[in-house]
Design a binder for this molecule. Structure first.
Ligand code: SF4
Length: 318
């Protein structure tokens, strides 16, 4: 493992067919403005193993190294179990270890995503995206609670712990992400920051609970404005391994069968992961609820089986 004080040489181990490389002088790796970077006790970076978190992790690791606060950084990966491409959790760990960072793997307690679908009798969809809230956001928040407890145990007891929650979302990915602000304070009913206190004073307390009396959480999307070329150009100098889903033709490294995937993406995934596709189709049949209105897993499996050629995978927009 690389020491946090001794970053690896850059530009190592990268040869990727899908790199969209630009001459370095044309690439602007500027990060979204917002946070007072030195003011936090804990920095939590969500990493998926995918390209966006891979690129942002590289720029952040070097930034935090320069600021001498790398020891306050924790990376977190939400493990989706069999719903993920094989090796995804190990790859996310590899990305964190490249910079010698503390890394936590979290998962929803209880059954995995597919078993949960069987239990609920419904697939998640755009309006009920519980796959993300229950299996990613919720477990990652538990890590934040643990880190806050650690900071308090280390002696910070006279004020709330300040946490910077960092994600690799980009505006280009979807309409929803385009509408996200790159930097926000996460309000809380009992949050002691001046903005939340002012709202309470006029009888309009925030209804959320991400921040509270023990912690003040801000969320930052440092590469929100980056385009695809910038992402791959950063990966080219990062020295970490890209997710194999990209070289298999996928534009995104999401769950193998993401509810937002293009039809061609689902078919290609079923060709590569036929056993998992069959498990999804079995659950679909058992609960009597189509994977998606426009496409069922039964259709995906039938198409994947009938086609001997590999379809070009269209992008999708979560
Ligand atoms: S990748 Fe797709 S299916 Fe998996 S959690 Fe995210 S939205 Fe849900």
């Amino acid at each position: 493992m690389t020491s946090a004080d001794q970053l690896p040489r850059r530009g190592e181990r990268l040869s990727h067919a899908q790199q969209l490389l630009l001459p370095r002088e044309q690439v602007d790796f500027a990060l979204a403005p917002g946070p007072d970077l030195l003011s936090y006790d804990q920095y939590v970076i969500s990493i998926s193993g995918g390209k966006d978190s891979q690129a942002s992790l590289d720029v952040l690791a070097h930034l935090f190294y320069e600021a001498r606060i790398l020891h306050r950084v924790t990376t977190v990966h939400a493990d989706m179990g069999r719903a993920d491409w094989p090796g995804t959790a190990a790859l996310a760990r590899e990305h964190a270890e490249h910079y010698g960072l503390r890394h936590e793997i979290v998962a929803r307690s209880g059954c995995d995503l597919l078993d949960r679908v069987a239990e609920r009798g419904k697939w998640p969809d755009r309006g009920r995206r519980w796959c993300t809230s229950d299996f990613k956001r919720g477990p990652i928040r538990r890590v934040i609670t643990i880190l806050v407890a650690e900071s308090r145990a280390a002696g910070v007891t006279d004020r709330p712990i300040r946490v910077l929650n960092i994600m690799g979302h980009r505006a280009q990915e979807s309409r929803e992400r385009r509408q996200q602000a790159p930097f926000i304070h996460e309000p809380g009913t009992t949050c002691l920051c001046s903005a939340c206190s002012a709202k309470r004073a006029v009888g309009q307390p925030p209804k959320t609970s991400f921040s509270n009396s023990r912690r003040i959480v801000d969320s930052w999307l440092p590469i929100h404005s980056w385009n695809l070329e910038t992402v791959w150009s950063r990966i080219a100098v990062a020295g970490t391994r890209p997710h194999p889903a990209y070289s298999a033709g996928f534009p995104r490294a999401s769950c193998v069968f993401c509810i937002f995937s293009s039809r061609s993406g689902l078919v290609r995934a079923a060709q590569l992961q036929p056993e998992l596709a069959a498990q999804y189709a079995t659950v679909e049949q058992k609960i009597g609820h189509r994977f998606r209105l426009d496409v069922s897993m039964a259709e995906v499996v039938a198409e994947a089986t009938a086609n001997t050629t590999t379809p070009a995978v269209a992008d999708w927009h979560p």
